[in-house]
Design a binder for this molecule. Structure first.
Ligand SMILES: Cc1cc2nc3c(=O)[nH]c(=O)nc-3n(C[C@H](O)[C@H](O)[C@H](O)COP(=O)(O)OP(=O)(O)OC[C@H]3O[C@@H](n4cnc5c(N)ncnc54)[C@H](O)[C@@H]3O)c2cc1C
Length: 393
């Protein structure tokens, strides 16, 4: 693990702390608990946040941050929430960032954590179908609706809820709702993986919040969503590559050490070919992640790149982990090999933050233009959330 630790971690005291906790927690439940990591090493929560008092950590570029996501993904995909502000980054995407300085600094010092609540029972991929409403009332908004399949509700004190403003031309808008709000109820849904944080449902019954809790302007929900998810999808792609890299490393050892028919199984060229294919695909995906992160650093349009990076990284990662399981034979199918966990987690990541199909649809939309996209979903051209065309070369 020491070899793969990102350069930034190796060069700063935070690296030693990570290594010491990896040793300490090797057989402990804390190993897979992202909040335990953030609390034990609070510097991790401030990575890449310029408003943080610690300049070393604030200075971390998006590309280096991706290395941090990849590193924690290589330990466990449950740790995909460890580096940086997590969904709290959404406050950076709003033009009213300063208004949320307290929340940002609490998140950056690991005292606070944010969940993002978009999906509903009847709508996930299609944000236009969101039924949760926000009605202007007494200088604020009353929110009504139900969110489902939301991660981190139990771990978070801040919920970022997407709702449509009623009786207004303005549509999708993001709101900050405190987890201690008396008019909300949280319940659990059992997930088959990614269990380092909770997964469940949020019911909001006339939950009144002051106008200052609106993130950005009325109707800016789509814009805030696309800025935030350009970063977050790239980060999740990096975590997926980390998980697959670990599985491929295990396959490499197995190819060298497992004997069958009087020699190492790695002498079979079809296995060498597959190894080369998976290693190359992961590396290509990693280069795409780094290129997307570079665009984010330069504040260039990166929505299409991030969709591409997340879709292709997760698919490449799933294929690599499945192949590694095969190379390990029966042992690969055992829980002891820790490959089944990576596969279950990756299958979750394939859906979370945009499914592969939907993200590839967004890539096609960026490359082919709005007209064909609108035809594909049987709608008029979307005036509220058009995405910009992207020239790759
Ligand atoms: C582990 C996990 C964590 C999650 N965490 C959160 C969270 O924290 N907050 C939150 O709000 N949500 C969360 N989600 C929900 C997730 O964002 C949605 O499940 C996802 O966006 C897909 O929506 P859906 O489940 O409604 O599927 P649907 O939109 O019903 O899609 C069903 C199938 O149809 C395909 N499909 C749909 N539309 C198209 C299209 N236009 N083109 C091609 N194919 C299409 C999809 O690819 C999919 O295969 C999480 C989900 C998982 C699995």
């Amino acid at each position: 693990m020491n070899n793969t630790i990102p350069k930034f971690f190796r060069e700063h005291a935070v690296g030693e702390k990570i290594i010491s906790h990896l040793d300490k927690w090797r057989t402990d439940e804390c190993l897979h608990d992202p909040l335990a990591w953030r609390k034990a090493i609070p510097e991790l929560a401030s990575l890449g946040y310029k408003g943080s008092s610690s300049s070393q950590h604030a200075a971390l570029s998006a590309r280096s941050l991706m290395e941090a996501f990849r590193f924690f993904g290589s330990i466990s995909l449950d740790l995909r929430d460890v580096p940086g502000l997590g969904h709290g980054r959404i406050f950076l995407a709003s033009k009213k960032e300063k208004q949320f300085n307290v929340q940002l600094s609490n998140i950056a010092s690991a005292k606070s954590f944010a969940a993002i609540c978009i999906t509903e029972e009847d709508c996930g991929s299609d944000l236009h179908a969101i039924k949760t409403t926000a009605t202007r009332k007494d200088g604020g908004y009353a929110i009504n609706g139900q969110k489902k399949y939301v991660a981190r509700l139990h771990q978070s004190d801040i919920y970022i809820v997407f709702a449509n403003i009623t009786c207004s031309d303005h549509g999708l808008t993001a709101f900050l709702v405190d987890s201690s709000h008396p008019k909300i109820i949280v319940s659990d849904v059992e997930a088959m993986g990614l269990s380092g944080v909770s997964w469940g449902q949020l019911d909001l019954h006339d939950a009144w919040i002051p106008a200052k809790n609106r993130i950005g302007g009325e109707g800016q929900g789509f814009a805030i969503f696309s800025t935030h998810f350009s970063f977050w999808r790239c980060a999740m792609a990096a975590a997926a590559i980390g998980a697959a890299e670990s599985a491929l490393d295990k396959a490499k050892n197995r190819l060298r050490s497992r004997n069958a028919f009087s020699g190492p199984i790695g002498r079979f060229t079809h296995l060498q070919q597959e190894y080369a294919k998976h290693a190359s695909r992961l590396y290509m995906a990693w280069l795409l992640i780094q290129s997307t992160a570079r665009r984010i650093e330069l504040k260039q349009y990166s929505y299409v790149d991030a969709a591409m990076a997340k879709a292709e990284s997760v698919e490449a990662a799933i294929a690599a982990v499945q192949w590694s399981m095969l190379v390990h034979g029966a042992f690969g199918y055992s829980a002891e090999a820790h490959l089944e966990k990576a596969l279950r987690d990756l299958l979750g990541l394939r859906i979370a933050d945009g499914t592969t199909d939907v993200l590839r649809g967004q890539v096609a939309r960026g490359l082919l233009g709005e007209t064909l996209y609108a035809l594909s979903i049987g709608r008029e051209i979307d005036l509220y959330s058009p995405i910009r065309e992207r020239q790759l070369w």
